[in-house]
Every structure is written in structure tokens, then in C-alpha cells.
Design a protein around this ligand. Structure first.
Ligand SMILES: NC(=O)c1ccc[n+]([C@@H]2O[C@H](COP(=O)([O-])OP(=O)(O)OC[C@H]3O[C@@H](n4cnc5c(N)ncnc54)[C@H](OP(=O)(O)O)[C@@H]3O)[C@@H](O)[C@H]2O)c1
Length: 228
């Protein structure tokens, strides 16, 4: 495929590497060339099979609007924009493009979501719960999109009105560590996912772009990763 990658940062550069290993043609656009989505016109996007975005919360919405309006399918890894999910979904449906998003494209974390959903039953018994997340000091949003997804999954699984509390830590170069802890007077259950590198995110995002070929619609990766 011809893939266009937005963002040459820590994750974006690895996505480019993985895409090349999987024999795709990869173009990359960075912040300098693309203020406000300026590099993303119908003519510049001609021949592109999908656009993958690993940029920043302040730039992602302009990128999404430009690509979707140009009829391009997108895989969006950037976090920090989910208050606008409804508007983006409507735009994608209006333009009949394909769109996959996730706060976390690693297969391991998506499996972890399922484990947390099952373990949430603890809250119907004598347990309280908490979520902890640790990331590198450069991360722009807090809490992490992955922690917020865990919070939603656990709330939906139990039908509770209150969300579990999320505590965020920003330390050194931590790639991404998420913990869910359920505690009762008798015992404590620890669930933990610890990303050893960014490679899992990059592989999931490229495989999501491959999965999207020939499809349109708005997808959350946690609902489709089993089909990869
Ligand atoms: N979904 C997942 O699996 C996953 C995994 C890891 C990270 N993330 C998310 O992905 C995003 C990027 O993370 P990161 O750690 O790779 O950050 P990063 O190292 O700061 O990289 C972001 C890059 O985006 C570039 N950029 C900013 N605005 C742009 C624009 N309009 N067009 C093109 N490029 C632009 C920046 O360029 P300059 O340096 O020139 O400003 C920077 O190189 C964050 O939101 C993070 O939370 C998601």
C-alpha cells in the first residue's frame, strides 16, 4: 500500500519502519510542513491508500478533517481528542471513508482490556478499584487515553455510575505502564500491562491500515483487533 504517515516522533518513526518491513511504500509528513493540516490536500493525497496519524492532541483534529474530507481512510493513534469522537464519526460517515482509532494499538493492551472487563466483576462483590498509569515525562495528555478506556470498560461492565479513580505518574522514559488494582478486606488483585517498547503500537497501527483496505466506517481497534 501507499501509506502516508503523519508525525516523525517517537511512535511515528517506528510506524514507518514497521510499514517498510511489511513492504509498504511510506511517505512521512512532519509538523513543519503541515501546520493546521496544510499539507493534506486532495492533490497531495492522490494515490495514498491510508493515512496514519501519530502527532499531537493540538494537531490531530485538523489532520482528520483534511484527510476525511479528501476521502482518505485513516488510522489514528494520537490521543487527547476523544471529546470530539461524535463529530468525527459523523464526518467519517458523511464522507464514507474508513477510520480506525485507538488509544493503544498493541494487541497486548487490547487483551488486557478484556481481562479488566472480566475482573470488573470484583466491584459487584466486596472490592474497591483503582487505575494507575505511568508514562514518560514528554507525554502531553493526562490521564492516558488507555487509562480512560480502562475506566469506561470497567464502568460499562459493572453498570456503576461512578468511575474508578485514575492516578497518573510521569517519570523518565517509561513507554507505558497501566495497572488496575481491586482491593477487598481479604485480598488484593493486581492487573498490569507494561509496554517494553513502542513496537507493539506500531505493528498494530500498520496492521489496522491493512485491515481497513476496501472498508468504510468508523471503528474502535478494541472491537476489530481479533480480525487482523
Ligand atoms: N494509540 C497508540 O497505540 C499510541 C502509542 C503511542 C503514542 N500514542 C499517541 O500518539 C501521539 C504521538 O506520540 P509520540 O510519543 O510519538 O509523540 P512525539 O514523539 O512527540 O511525536 C509527535 C510528532 O508529531 C509531529 N507533529 C505535530 N503536529 C503535526 C502535524 N500537524 N503534522 C505532522 N506532524 C506533526 C511532531 O513534530 P515536531 O516534533 O516537529 O513538533 C512530533 O514529531 C500522542 O498523542 C500519544 O499519546 C498513541
Amino acid at each position: 500500500m501507499n501509506l502516508l504517515l503523519l508525525g516523525r516522533g517517537k511512535t511515528g518513526s517506528l510506524v514507518a519502519e514497521v510499514a517498510q518491513e511489511r513492504k509498504h511504500h511510506v511517505g512521512i509528513v512532519g509538523a513543519k510542513e503541515n501546520a493546521g493540516g496544510a499539507a493534506l490536500t486532495a492533490s497531495s493525497l492522490e494515490g495514498i491508500g491510508a493515512v496514519i496519524d501519530f502527532t499531537a492532541p493540538h494537531s490531530v483534529l485538523a489532520n482528520i478533517e483534511a484527510c476525511v474530507k479528501a476521502g482518505k481512510s485513516m488510522v489514528v493513534g494520537t490521543t487527547g481528542w476523544y471529546k470530539e469522537l461524535g463529530r468525527v464519526r459523523a464526518l467519517v460517515e458523511q464522507h464514507k471513508t474508513g477510520f480506525v482509532y485507538s488509544p493503544n494499538f498493541s494487541i497486548g493492551v487490547n487483551l488486557f482490556f478484556d481481562i479488566a472487563r472480566t475482573a470488573a466483576t470484583a466491584l459487584r462483590h466486596d472490592y474497591s478499584g483503582q487505575i494507575f498509569e505511568r508514562h514518560h515525562v514528554h507525554k502531553k495528555d493526562a490521564p492516558s487515553g488507555t487509562a480512560i478506556t480502562l475506566q469506561h470498560i470497567i464502568r460499562e461492565a459493572t453498570g456503576r455510575k461512578e468511575d474508578l479513580e485514575i492516578t497518573s505518574f510521569r517519570e523518565g522514559e517509561v513507554v507505558g505502564l497501566h495497572e488496575v488494582v481491586f482491593e477487598s478486606p481479604a485480598d488484593r488483585i493486581y492487573l498490569c500491562h507494561d509496554a517494553k517498547s513502542r513496537r507493539g503500537f506500531a505493528e498494530g497501527a500498520v496492521r489496522a491500515a491493512e485491515w481497513l483496505v476496501g472498508k468504510n466506517g468508523f471503528y474502535d481497534f478494541k472491537d476489530v483487533w481479533r480480525e487482523l
